[in-house]
Design a protein around this ligand. Structure first.
Ligand code: IPM
Ligand code: MG
Length: 358
């Protein structure tokens, strides 16, 4: 098995280094190869997703990804910005199914901005479609407005679109995931306004016929955003499109108090996948040994389970993380009175030590 390691920008290299230490400690004889991606690749090779990096990812069984992006690249033309690396990987590797769990660890209930009783025991899975929607829809661009009240003025436009097979496959993924949990799916759309999402609702409803044992309800995205802060525990699996999923997954992540704890997996139909923390590159704290490596370490666990067929090793990693939390060690983002504050490297060392001791 080959793992491509793509640390990226900002805190990416620091957190990925800790996950690699955990991987090494498992002693499972995988081949790993590291490559530049994002702004780091742009600076070295003039492109955020160089051909060699893309090829490494395409040939790998799984990709461990840190994060990309830094304000200093915000003025580059869009095709050269660091974000294009992750979008390009998703598209080229056909990683259409994005799993973003939002779990509130009992040790961290106080870290949420919501009342403990609202989020204690929270366990939601967001299944976000990742290769379609307005993110990738063509045509897009700038032009002179061809019609309407502002005809003749400069305008910009993007295209929201979903095909039947795209909706069907993500709906299947969500229903199957729900079967391993509480068997409830909420499909989030904007069917009251958008043609694309009326079609989404129709197709999800059709696919649901194959899953009579799973409960399905539909919710408009604005209401879903509200329900997530009002009564988040009512959700089990949320399935939605690329853009709504981007927004709702950040909201759900923050319910748990620390986005620094949440892993994610992006899979194709052959269960090859890219694994990355749900948080970004946090350039403001990069290189300061402040970042929380646990989301990346938990992403490694997801990789072991979903792409590398090592569920037992995945459980060992997750158990080690829980043990470290129970021992009271905290990075700055999850620190509170009475716990012991540690840096990125010390947190990695503690997980490795817990793993070896188990
Ligand atoms: C995410 C990020 C990306 C997205 C950016 C970096 C392109 O926000 O993974 O949620 O919008 O999908
Ligand atoms: Mg996002």
């Amino acid at each position: 098995m080959n793992i491509a390691i793509l640390p990226g920008d900002g805190i990416g290299p620091e957190i990925v280094a800790q996950a690699v230490r955990v991987l090494d400690a498992l002693d499972l004889s995988f081949n790993t190869e590291t490559a530049l991606v994002g702004g780091a690749a742009y600076e070295a090779h003039g492109h955020p997703l160089p051909d060699a990096t893309l090829k490494l990812a395409q040939d790998a069984d799984a990709v461990l990804f840190g994060a990309v992006g830094d304000w200093k690249f915000d003025t580059l033309e869009r095709s050269l910005r660091p974000e294009q690396a992750i979008l390009g990987l998703r598209k080229h590797l056909q990683l259409f199914a994005n799993f973003r769990p939002a779990i509130c660890y009992p040790q961290l209930t106080h870290a949420s901005s919501l009342k403990p009783e609202l989020i204690g025991g929270l366990d939601i899975l967001i299944v976000r479609e990742l290769t379609g929607d307005i993110y990738f829809g063509q045509p897009r661009g700038r032009r002179e407005s061809p019609d309407g009240a502002f005809k003749g003025h400069p305008e910009a436009f993007d295209t929201m679109r979903y095909s039947r097979p795209e909706i069907e496959r993500i709906a299947h993924v969500a229903f199957q995931a729900a079967r391993k949990r509480s068997s409830r799916v909420t499909s989030v759309d904007k069917a009251n306004v958008l043609e694309t999402f009326q079609f989404w609702r129709d197709v999800v409803t059709e696919v649901h016929a194959d899953y009579p044992d799973v409960e399905l309800d539909h919710m408009y995205v604005d209401n879903a955003a509200m329900q997530l802060v009002k009564a988040p525990k009512k959700f089990d699996v949320i399935v939605t499109g690329n853009m709504f999923g981007d927004i709702l997954s950040d909201e759900a992540a923050m319910l748990t108090g620390s986005i620094g704890m949440l892993p994610s997996a992006s899979l194709n139909s052959a269960s090859r996948g890219l694994y990355e923390p749900s948080h970004g590159s946090a350039p403001d704290i990069a290189g300061k040994n402040l970042a929380n490596p646990l989301a990346t370490i938990l992403s490694l666990a997801m990789m072991l389970r979903f792409s590398l067929n090592h569920a037992e090793a995945a459980m060992r990693v997750e158990a080690a993380v829980l043990k470290v939390l129970e021992s009271g060690l905290r990075t700055a983002d999850i620190w509170s009175e009475g716990t012991q504050r540690v840096g990125t490297q010390e947190m990695g060392s503690a997980v490795v030590a817990a793993l070896i001791a188990a």
